[in-house]
Design a protein around this ligand. Structure first.
Ligand code: IVH
Length: 714
């Protein structure tokens, strides 16, 4: 291997030849340092200077060795690890773009039943019977990268990747080189501001051609067309993108001054008129059977297409109905992706590891001989729980079938029995926690009286695995979202004793200022990166209340419940007071109020009260509040007359379904409760209202008819 830059001592040369399985921890750390420097050096030669000095195979083996060492010593993963970078273009290289309208994703279904449920759900939500015709667009789900193209005055002014859905990367210069994307739209009916969204992809033939050229030039070989498209789009030098054959299909829109039609299909027709490429297989259908028929046709034709697709997307055609349906969490209620069946492969089960999660759950993870499943190398797969291992009778040493479905974690379907070696032994599931040695037990579910499938560590806050997992959850994207404090850094700060519990995160900068051994002097860190981290932490001191609640990692309290609680209690002081009261008395007002929040089930209410009944947890929350000041959520619609009010719907509604009424009220900033109390502001009663109406009258709560409610909200 040609190495022009790295100076090798004889010790390093010796190390670089040593099998990964024989490395000591100290040697592994040394090797990772060498590999990071060497790979970064070769990346610059390849990507920026277009002048690689080593063959692609040699480059790949450097990366493979780096990955293998990291897999064996996860604690040693460096901040500047090559495995953390996509290609050679760190995302900081591109400017950030805040999407005016978030770029959200689609829910998935995997069978006909799922599509039927999707259509039924829409009908139920809108209160339509089975006979009311509903049209859907039916089109392939393109396996590329989504992009938003913003036009102002007919000119393409900005192109942004999806990123996390809210903030993407500015790749305008690169997108301007793609022939499929109009730089200018001259049509007279093209609105002044219009963001066209769609997918950038690379065709199979272009991909093969690109890889052939890369091979001749000794360049990087891409694993699949999607990677090739992503790598080509995220180039620092637009002339490299220009030389890569990228294509585009339009299928959605973001911020628009106006829309050219009142149906999805109508907008597609306008797209075509304006010069945007539409997928030729897109159609407009009018029944579930036709949708499923087209799914089958597309699936049958899949192998003959010159680009990758991974399913079919159905979208409700009428835009007014789309608007009424809105979004749930991050996906629209009016569209869904019907994914093609999972891809499978055979490989050997080398071992079973037990991972301890944030809530103490012991999860068996299959360690596999690496195998490619649908274009992705899989080496870990979930085995769910101990009953699953017994039920499937998977043994270490077995040949097993692995399945990957979309972005779901790979799963083990079962062993191939006639390949079972004599030495294969059944796995004995541990009854103590591998992280802290506490007993691991299977709880009895109070409702069913049955043993829980999951074995949990009883070590609670003394268990390092739980503590560190709680910390990872605390800083994760939907919680505190601290940039630069990802899982790897949390793990190493935890291991070094720098961060043991969430409040420590916020005292890190002050402690560092007094410390002899500064963060900026540590391996993998510098002045800039340390300062950036401190800034990112400081920026989260006024975190939003819903994120704060979600970050606490209370069982059964996900993002949505976090938001409900934040909306219901308004401020952190109210929330804490109510939760401490609820924890003290499960029969009291505070607990009843908590249980009464529409969307909070008994399990969540009990888990929240349990959490606040534990003095350790309350202490952590108090310590944390010395450092951060959670901010109330803005009302969804501050100007609305029902913003901040509590509403109960009862009886039959005539203009919309209960679900739609609830979603609409919440959009307007109201809280929807399940039963009437002193805190209820309005009861909207339709025909057939019973005890809730009676309660409302007794408590002197305002009772409105559905019409009066509609007038009130305008
Ligand atoms: S519609 C509000 N249509 O799939 C959702 N998405 O999981 C708008 N995709 O991020 C998306 N083909 O990158 C839509 N025909 C299609 C698509 C498509 C591929 C991708 C897109 C999106 C992801 C959703």
């Amino acid at each position: 291997m040609v190495k022009k830059s790295a100076k090798n001592t004889s010790k390093e040369t010796e190390l670089s030849g040593k099998p990964v399985s024989d490395l000591t921890e100290a040697e592994a750390a040394h090797e990772l340092e060498r590999l990071a420097t060497e790979i970064a050096h070769n990346d610059v030669l390849y990507y920026r200077e277009d002048h690689p000095e080593i063959s692609d195979a040699d480059y790949d083996s450097l990366r493979q060795r780096n990955d293998a060492i990291e897999a064996r010593f996860p604690k040693l993963v460096r901040n500047d690890s090559p495995s953390k970078r996509i290609g050679a273009t760190p995302s900081e290289a591109f400017g950030k773009v805040v999407h005016a309208v978030p770029m959200l994703s689609l829910g998935n279904v995997f069978d006909d039943e799922g599509v039927r449920d999707f259509v039924d759900r829409i009908r139920r939500f809108l209160g339509l019977d089975g006979d009311t015709p509903l049209d859907f667009t039916t089109e392939p789900k393109i396996d590329g990268l989504s992009i938003g193209l913003r036009y102002e005055g007919g000119r393409l002014v900005q192109a942004a990747t999806r990123g996390d859905g809210y903030v993407g990367e500015n790749v305008t210069a690169n997108v301007l080189t793609i022939k499929d994307v109009p730089q200018e739209v001259k049509a007279r009916d093209f609105p002044d501001v219009f963001e066209v969204r769609g997918e950038i992809y690379m065709s199979h033939s272009a991909f093969a051609g690109l890889n052939a050229e890369q091979e001749k030039a000794g360049g990087k070989i891409f694993a699949n067309p999607r990677n090739a498209a992503a790598g080509s789009l995220r180039q620092l030098d637009p002339s490299v993108t220009a030389s890569r054959p990228l294509q585009f299909f339009a299928y959605a829109w973001g911020e628009v001054a106006s829309l050219p039609a009142d149906t999805q299909w109508g907008v597609y027709e306008a797209f075509a008129r304006w010069g945007f490429p539409l997928n030729p297989l897109a159609t407009l259908t009018s029944s579930l059977d036709k949708m499923l028929g087209i799914y089958r046709e597309i699936e049958e034709g899949r192998a003959g297409l010159d680009y990758d697709i991974d399913g079919v997307v159905y979208k409700l055609d009428r835009l007014d109905l789309q608007e009424r349906l809105g979004f749930v969490s991050r996906s629209p209620r009016w569209a869904i992706a019907h994914k093609f069946p999972a891809q499978k492969a055979m490989t050997i089960l080398r071992d079973i590891d037990i991972q301890v999660g944030r809530t103490g759950a012991l999860t068996p993870v299959a360690k596999l001989e690496p195998v490619t499943v649908g274009g992705v190398v899989v080496q870990n797969a979930t085995l769910h729980n101990e009953d699953e291992i017994v039920r499937k009778d998977v043994r270490i040493g077995d040949t097993v079938i692995v399945q990957r479905a979309g972005d779901v974690i790979p799963q083990i379907l079962g062993p191939v029995l006639d390949k079972r070696p004599k030495s294969a032994k059944p796995f004995v599931f541990p009854t103590v926690c591998p992280a802290c040695g506490s007993h691991a037990v299977r709880e009895i579910n109070p409702k069913t009286g049955k043993e829980d499938a999951v074995r949990r560590c009883t070590g609670g806050l003394i268990c390092p695995a739980q503590r560190v997992e709680r910390l990872k959850h605390f800083v994760s994207r939907n919680a505190f979202d601290i940039e630069g404090l990802g899982e790897k850094n949390i793990q190493s700060f935890y291991d070094e004793g720098l961060i043991q519990s969430p409040p420590d995160i916020f005292t890190l900068a002050a402690r560092d200022a007094d410390a002899d051994e500064k963060l900026s002097k540590r391996e993998g860190w510098g002045e800039t990166s340390a300062q950036k981290l401190f800034d990112a932490i400081a920026a989260r001191r006024d975190v939003k209340l819903d994120r704060f609640i979600f970050a606490l990692g209370i069982r059964h309290v996900g993002e949505i419940t976090g938001r409900l609680l934040a909306r219901s209690y308004g401020t952190i002081d109210n929330f804490l007071k109510a939760m401490t009261d609820a924890a003290k008395d499960r029969e009291g007002e505070a607990f009843k109020e908590l249980e009464n929040i529409d969307g909070i089930g008994p399990a969540a209410a009990a888990a929240i009260a349990d959490f606040f009944a534990e003095p350790h947890n309350v202490q952590v929350v108090h310590d944390l509040l010395e450092e951060v000041s959670p901010q109330p959520l803005e009302a969804v619609d501050k100007g609305s007359p029902v913003s901040g009010k509590t509403v109960v719907f009862t009886g039959t509604l005539e203009h919309m379904t209960r679900a739609e009424a609830k979603a609409q009220a919440e959009r307007l900033g109201a809280k929807v409760a399940g039963s009437v109390s002193k805190k209820t502001d309005y009861v909207v009663a339709g025909p057939g209202a019973g005890s809730k109406l009676k309660n409302a009258t007794e408590l002197g709560v305002d009772v409105l008819t559905e019409e009066e409610w509609l007038t009130l909200i305008g």
